[in-house]
Every structure is written in C-alpha cells, then in structure tokens.
Design a protein around this ligand. Structure first.
Ligand SMILES: C[S@@+](CC[C@H](N)C(=O)[O-])C[C@H]1O[C@@H](n2cnc3c(N)ncnc32)[C@H](O)[C@@H]1O
Length: 480
C-alpha cells in the first residue's frame, strides 16, 4: 500500500467511509488517485503517520548531506572528512539517522561507476539504487526515497538485488529499469586503474580483475591488534558484547570485527588496550620482524599505528624513532604512545628527504610511504573518483627519492621494509626495481607471507586475503 495520503484521526469503517465520501464530493480524492495511480488510500494511525513523517525528514536530511558531500568529493575532499564535519555541525541528527546517511553515501560512491554507465543522474534515484545493490531497503526509507526519485524504481523487483553476484546485479538492474547496458565489473573502478596494475603471472586476467572488484565492493571487517598473546581473549570479550569478532587463523593477535562499534567505549568495557589497525598494515611489521633491543626508524610514521606495534616488539632495550612531515598526525602518535605507556619511542617532525641522521644508525627502517592508496578503495570508495590518473606516477617519483634517503641510514646487514597501500605497478615493482638499480648493496629478501604462509619476495597482500586493505611489501636487505 502506498502512503500517498495519510488520514490520521478516527478509525473504523464508518469514519473511513465518511472521510472518503467527503473527499470524493469535493473532488479531491479522485485528483489524488489520478496523480498517485493507486487504487486505495491508506488510513494511517497517528503513530504510523508520525513515524512516516520522521522517515521523510530523514530522507530530506540525507539529500541535503549527500549533495554537499558530492560537491566536496568533486573538489578533491575525502567524503568521510566532509561527512564528519557536517555531522559535527548538526548535532540534532541521531545515531540511527547518521548510520543510514553514512551507509547510503558510501554505497553511492561504491556503485558510482555503474550509476554513471546507466546514465542515472537523478540524485535520490542513484542513492536508492546504490543502497539496494548493497543491502535490503527498509520499507519506509525505500518508499520515502523512491517518492523523491525522478523515475520509478520497482522496489519489489529489486528487493533481493543485494544478494546477487556482481554480474547478475548488473543484469537485474538493466532488466528492471529497461536499460540497454549491463556494465562490466571493471567499470566500478576508473579506467586508468586497469592500465596501472599488473596481474600476477599465471592468473587469468578477467577472472583476477573480477575477484579484485568483488573485494573492493565490500567493506572489509575492522581489524584490531590485541596486545601480544591476548587476541583470543579480546575476541571472546567482544563476542560477549554482542559483536561478531574472530581471530585471524595465522595472525592470532589480529581480531576482525564485521560490524561498526565505538572503539573507545569498548576498550574500557573489555579492559584490553587494543589498537585499530588493518590486517595488511599489521603484515608490514611482521615482515619487518622487529627483535628485542633493535634500533628502528619508522620514517613516515603518520599517527603511529605501526610505531606502536614495533615499539612493543623491540621492548625496553630497543628504540624507535618515529618521524613524519605532518605535525598534526604526530600529535596523535604522541597521544597513542603515551596511552600505551611506551618509553622507548622518540617522536620528531622530519622530512625524510632532509632528515639529518647519521649513516648506518639503524638496524632496520620501515618506509610506509605516501602513495595513491588504491588498496584502500574498499573502505574509501569515493577515493576511486577523487584520485587523479597521474597520482601513481607522481607518488612513484617521491617514493624513489624517499627510498634513496633512508637507505643510507641502515647498517650493513640491516633491513629496509618498503610498504605502500596501493596496487599500481609504478609505485611497487617499478619503484623497487629502480631502487635496486642504483643501490647494488641492497637485495630483495624472501620472507614468509604472514597470511598465506608461502615464501615470497616481494609480497602482495590482496584484499581477499583478509579480507583487508591491499598492500605491497618489499623486504630489502643491506649486504654486510
Ligand atoms: C601511508 S602514510 C603512513 C601511515 C603510518 N605509517 C601508519 O601506520 O599509520 C604516509 C605518511 O608519509 C608522510 N610523509 C609524506 N611525505 C613525507 C616526507 N617527505 N617525510 C616524512 N613523512 C612524509 C605523510 O604525512 C603520511 O603520514
């Protein structure tokens, strides 16, 4: 039944008949029916009408916020940053509405490649279709959104869309909307991306690409890193809080949670000081393999995610120097280090390209370099459409210079781990090859891949291995 007209007030067949008769006499009822093309009119109880008004309001707010976030993304601002700003300035929006807005917004960017291929320019139509591709529409919200669409979306025909496989999804939409095109999975990412990546040898290109797209269309779990040896305990306490949590079978301190949750609150409730850190990122430190007593330089430490993991491993006899060019992120690193009570870390603002550090000062260096970030497009789908096609080449040049600068600070026999959360060739295989061509005293070292337990050099963490972010990790040994 379509709630086109709501008649709150007296219920019962007599009252209904009287109201309908009055509307028919004045001509208003026939007009409403003609416009809505419905046979029946719904008589809503006052509480239903109130709920409906709230839903309509929620959808209006969604439309306002979506419009502003899309404009921000078009000018290069990350969607999550703009969304957070808008929500901060609109305290009246409750938790449920925030989740609805954020889910719909990220679905919109996730499926934008197809929405564009289908030529769906209408904002609400695109947002509703994108949501249906990801999850079942809640009855009221689906109806309220469809009333604001410029075209008719057959909600019933599309109610199981979220369950269908990728190829089938495209067919179902094309059929339901009478569209000529069923776009390819590859169109969910920008065309330049496919020109920039290499498919591992021995893999069939189309199938490999489809697997990658499939993973990037799904938000991976949030990965936590428990203090050493407490992964199973953390997972158990999280499950007791009603969260679907599981330890990674090969990295037992890594706990995946496939449902959003408030981290600060849970740290207090579980009594376990975990860190939020993606599985791929945890792998980079596994490859670095910090040992007690080592001196390690985390050269682009950001907010210190990997610094904390390294500091725990080198222990009180070891030392970590954490540097970054951005003071704002370093402030977060300092806060997190203090919260963990770590005394073996020095945090300093420094540009890797100008850092004045003695040669051979470190047993190991981690260069978790700035990159185009294509491996995180599962969590930040808007980045697919914000990242300019020249980004991989631009970062490739910076990464090469950073590699050359940090190399000299490693003692002979020491290790340089180069990691980037991207899958483009120029920032990964090419960067390492070029580095090795100018530093003959370094060589790639084979290491056991922490997630697949195979010896590899260099290592790829593909999103399906977690599921997690995509990452490239090269372990380079300085000859003694
Ligand atoms: C991928 S992020 C690092 C993330 C961090 N390692 C972590 O685990 O959270 C790359 C970092 O490189 C930093 N960066 C970029 N250019 C730099 C430079 N020339 N010197 C030092 N840091 C730089 C950025 O500020 C950014 O925080």
């Amino acid at each position: 039944m379509v709630p086109i007209l709501s008649i709150p007030g007296p219920r019962g067949p007599g009252a209904t008949r009287r109201i309908l008769k009055r509307l028919t006499c004045t001509g208003r009822l026939s007009e409403v029916i003609a416009v809505a093309r419905v046979k029946r009119i719904m008589i809503q109880a006052p509480e239903t009408a109130q709920r409906w008004r709230r839903t309509v309001r929620r959808v209006q707010v969604l439309e306002e916020i979506l419009t502003q976030v899309i404009a921000a993304v078009q000018s290069g601002v990350p969607a999550d940053r703009r969304l957070a700003e808008l929500l901060r300035s609109r305290r009246e929006i409750g938790a449920r509405d925030r989740r609805f807005i954020s889910d719909t917004l990220f679905s919109y960017f996730r499926w934008w490649g197809w929405l564009r291929a289908w030529g769906i320019a209408d904002l609400m139509g695109a947002a509703l279709l994108a949501s249906l591709l990801d999850r079942p529409a809640s009855g009221d919200e689906g109806r309220a959104m469809s009333q604001r669409c410029a075209f008719r979306l057959p909600l019933d025909a599309l109610k199981d869309l979220h369950r269908a496989a990728l190829g089938r999804k495209a067919e179902l939409v094309a059929h339901a909307l009478d569209l000529r095109r069923s776009p390819l999975p590859q169109e969910l990412l920008p065309a330049w991306f496919w020109e920039e990546i290499t498919v591992p040898e021995s893999r069939e290109v189309g199938a490999w690409q489809e697997r990658l797209v499939n993973c990037l269309q799904t938000r991976p779990p949030v990965w936590l890193r428990a203090p050493a040896g407490r992964g199973a305990e953390l997972a158990e306490r999280l499950r007791a809080e009603g969260l679907p949590a599981r330890c990674h079978p090969r990295l037992p301190n890594a706990v995946g949670v496939s449902k959003p949750f408030p981290a600060v609150d849970l740290r207090r409730r579980t009594g376990i000081g975990f860190e939020v850190q993606d599985l791929a990122s945890q792998c980079a430190v596994e490859i670095l393999d910090p040992q007690p007593g080592m001196r390690i330089w985390d050269a682009s430490a950001g907010a210190g995610g990997k610094t904390l993991q390294i500091a725990e491993r080198v222990g009180p006899e070891g030392w970590v120097l954490a540097t970054d060019i951005r003071p704002t992120v370093l402030r977060n690193a300092v806060r997190r280090i203090a919260a963990q009570g770590l005394k073996n870390v020095t945090v300093a603002r420094a540009d890797v390209l100008a850092a004045d550090l003695p040669g051979g000062a470190f047993d190991a260096v981690l260069l978790d370099a700035p990159c185009s970030g294509t491996g995180t497009w599962n969590r930040n789908p808007d980045a697919r459409w914000r990242t300019p096609r020249e980004a991989p080449r631009r970062f490739g040049l910076i990464q090469m210079r950073m590699l050359e600068h940090v190399a000299e600070r490693i003692r002979p026999g020491g290790r340089l781990v180069y990691s980037v959360c991207t899958l483009t060739k120029v920032e990964t295989l090419d960067a390492v090859e070029e580095f090795l061509s100018v530093r003959a005293d370094f060589a790639l070292e084979e290491r056991i891949h922490p997630l697949v337990e195979r010896r590899e050099s260099p290592l790829w963490v593909f999103p399906w291995m977690g599921p997690c972010d995509g990452m490239f990790i090269a372990c380079l040994l300085r000859r003694g």
